[in-house]
Each structure stands twice: as C-alpha cells, then as structure tokens.
Design a protein around this ligand. Structure first.
Ligand code: ADP
Length: 400
C-alpha cells in the first residue's frame, strides 16, 4: 500500500510518500512560499535534490505540482495516480469531536471548518490541503490530529478552573499538542525495552522550537504541558510557555498594550529569544552562553528547571516512573541539555550514563541511562509522518 502524507501550513506544504509494504519513504519534499511566489524541493533516493521555482498561487497548485513530481519520469516514483492508495493529513487540532484519526468526509470537513476559530494558524491550511487532494484524487483522505492522543485524559486534567460555561459554550479546555510525536516515541520506547506500553509509566519530552511534555501511563496520555493553544508548559524558541495570566492582563490594562501586541509577545518574542535577546535557536543560545552571555545561560537554566518540574510532577501523577524519552531537535541532539535535566534526579530513580549520552550517535534510538538506573532514559528520533502513514494505511484498509 502506498500512502502520501501531507503536512500543510499556511504558506508551506511538506510531503512524504511511503511504500508501507516495505516500510520505505520513496520520495519527500516541501513546497514553500505558497501564495507568495513558490518553490519546491523534492528528494528521491539515489537522485540529487530537485529544487525549482514554481507559480504556487495556492494549495491546489502545490498539491498538483507534488503529484506531477511523484509521477515524473526522472524524479517520480509512480506512473499514475492509481498507485496512491490514501492520503494522510497532519491536522494540528481535532477539537472536541475529532478525537481519533478519521477519514475526512463532508461531515468531518464541516466540523473542522467550525473549529477554525480555536486553531486559526493550523486548521485552515490543513482544510485547504484536504480540499485540494479531494479535487485531484478519489482515495480516502485521513486526518491525523495532534490533539487526539489526549482524548484519554481525565476531565480533571483538561478542564481549566475557569467558569464552566467557557468550556461548555466555547470549548475552552486543555487539548495538548505534538500528540502524534508523543504517541510514536512512547510506542517505540516500549518496543526498545521489549515491554508492553500497558506495563510502563513514561514521560515523553518533545523539545524542539515548540516543546511539550506528556505523561503516558499504561499506554494512555494522562497529562500534557501544552494547553488550549500550543503555548503553555515550558519555555520554547519564541513562545513563553506558562506564565501567570495576570501578567497578560497587566500588559493590556496597566501598560496599555494592544491584545494583538501581547499575542505577538507570547508567541513570537518570548522563550529563548525573549530571555536572551540573542536567538530562538538553542544552538546560538549555547554558543552565547559559552562565550559568557549571562542571559543565554539563564534561559538554558529556565528551560532545564521547567523540564525537571514536569518530569517530577508527572511521576507524582502516575505514582511512579519507568522511562523518560527525549525527542525532537533539541531532545535528540543536545546531549548537554539531557545531562542537565537528568542531573540530581536520582531520588526519582533517574541515573544517566553521561559518557554514553555525550557520545550517542545522532538519528538513532539509544538508551543513555546508567546500567543500574531504575528509570530508563531513552533518546528516540521522532517520526510523525510515519505514524500518520500507519494510521492512514489502517483506516484505508478498513474502508476497502
Ligand atoms: P520544530 O519544532 O520547528 O520542528 P525542531 O524539532 O527542528 O523544531 O527543533 C529545533 C531546535 O532544535 C532548535 O532550538 C535547534 O537549536 C535545536 N537543535 C537542532 N539541532 C541541534 C543540535 N545538533 N544540537 C543542539 N540543538 C539542536
């Protein structure tokens, strides 16, 4: 079975084409600057990258170009559209109703349109991607939602202590994000340890530009650090994570800021960038700290402090801890961050093999815990696209 996975952003569209029978990515690429001018980068195994400017007025044109390239004589991997069995779409938000990966029919599309308000940056481009694919292909279009892994959370973990009306009338609650990544690495962790997820208490740390931490107890997500929108929990590249909500009211009411300005601050001007004034990229921040920049070092300490707090509180919530997983750009690549997080955590049973951690090869699944550590510390490269392809293949097979 061949599955096309699409991750559609407002001006970009990433894709991967999977041969599921052989567990292989046959081609992948990225359309950028959609609606501005347009450029596509396409990779096929054994071929040099193909990069070309193109007139991408909208998502329709981008999808058409992707399909043309997949069928191209030189850079393609199929000879006709009939060789695509289903399309999987990454959708950041499934709202209250779309709680698991689903085939997107008219009803589901209508529902997604109705929740655009609560995820204005992410849901509209996903809808555009689905509509464009529906026009060009008569195969199942499957939505895989970042939020659906959290459908198992108890109400006391997702209801905010605000007037209950706000939940009932406006669906204001903790949703959680990066669910596909957390689900993937938690399941890989169980495989690595040769155990069933049902027998494990796992904390998964997805640390990238956007970061979130999730508690997975017996295979189910029981809590997560992101909330109503993907901005809660720990410090990120440019997002602040959790701050006292009164700060935002103070900015508006006492400092006279416009709500839009405040939104810009919390999403685009905070986090590593806000604290350091140097960069949102953790590598630049590390370099600045090494060169003696005190605020760069402070930002790193805030991040580590935040991650430790979540690991500790989730261990308390689950009444135990068996595994901590690090994933995404920072989690997979920053050995020093992992070491800082795992230092002085032995009371929880976390002991890292610092040498192994420092010398762990990139891009591989690796156990970096000390031999006698009660809690396993694992580095697992995330693969959201593969998880989307798996769900899509399963639903498409059921649909046949
Ligand atoms: P996104 O959330 O945009 O998908 P990524 O998962 O790619 O982000 O993570 C980006 C973060 O990972 C950046 O802060 C970057 O500095 C960090 N990162 C990437 N590679 C490395 C590396 N080799 N060493 C340390 N940090 C890294």
């Amino acid at each position: 079975m061949n599955i096309l996975v699409i991750n559609s952003g407002s001006s970009s569209l990433k894709y991967q084409f999977f041969d599921m029978d052989n567990n292989k990515v046959l081609a992948k690429g990225n359309c950028e600057r959609i609606g501005i001018d347009g450029v596509i980068t396409h990779k096929k195994d054994g071929k040099e990258d193909y990069k070309k400017e193109a007139d991408l007025k909208g998502h329709d044109e981008a999808i058409q170009l992707v399909l043309d390239l997949l069928m191209d004589k030189e850079y393609g991997v199929i000879s006709s559209l009939d060789e695509i069995d289903a399309v999987g779409h990454r959708i950041a938000h499934g709202g209250e109703k779309l709680r698991q990966s689903s085939i997107i029919g008219d009803e589901e599309l209508k529902y997604l349109e109705s929740i655009q308000m609560i995820a204005p940056l992410h849901v509209p481009p996903a809808i555009k991607g689905i509509v464009a694919c529906k026009k060009l292909m008569d195969v199942p279009q499957v939505g895989v939602f970042d939020t659906s892994f959290y459908s198992t959370m108890e109400d006391y973990a997702y209801i905010y202590p605000l007037p209950y009306d706000l939940y009932e009338k406006h669906q204001i609650r903790r949703y959680g994000f990066h669910g596909t990544s957390h689900r993937y690495v938690a399941s890989r962790a169980a495989k690595m340890l040769g155990k069933d997820m049902k027998d494990l208490k796992i904390v998964t740390c997805h640390l990238g530009n956007g970061s979130s931490i999730t508690a997975v107890n017996q295979g189910k997500a029981v809590d997560t650090s992101m909330g109503f929108m993907p901005n809660d929990g720990i410090l990120m590249g440019t997002r602040c994570g959790a701050v006292d909500p009164s700060v935002l009211m103070y900015l508006i009411n006492s400092l006279g800021m416009d709500p839009k300005e405040v939104e810009d601050i919390i999403n685009k001007k905070s986090g590593l960038l806000g604290v350091t004034g140097v960069s949102s990229d953790a590598r630049d921040v590390r370099e600045a700290a090494e060169n003696g920049d005190a605020r760069a070092r402070l930002a790193e300490k805030i991040l580590v402090h935040g991650i430790k707090k979540f690991i500790g509180s989730y261990a308390a919530e689950m009444n135990g801890l068996d595994v901590v997983v690090f994933t995404a750009g920072l989690g997979e690549n920053s050995a020093i961050l992992r070491e800082w997080v795992c230092t002085d955590m032995d009371f929880l049973g976390i002991q890292m093999d610092n040498d192994k951690n420092a010398n762990s090869p990139r891009g591989q699944e690796i156990d970096v815990s000390a031999a006698d550590s009660k809690v396993k510390v694992l580095v697992i490269p995330t693969n959201e696209e593969y998880m989307i392809a798996l769900d899509t293949a399963e639903l498409a097979a059921q649909d046949k």
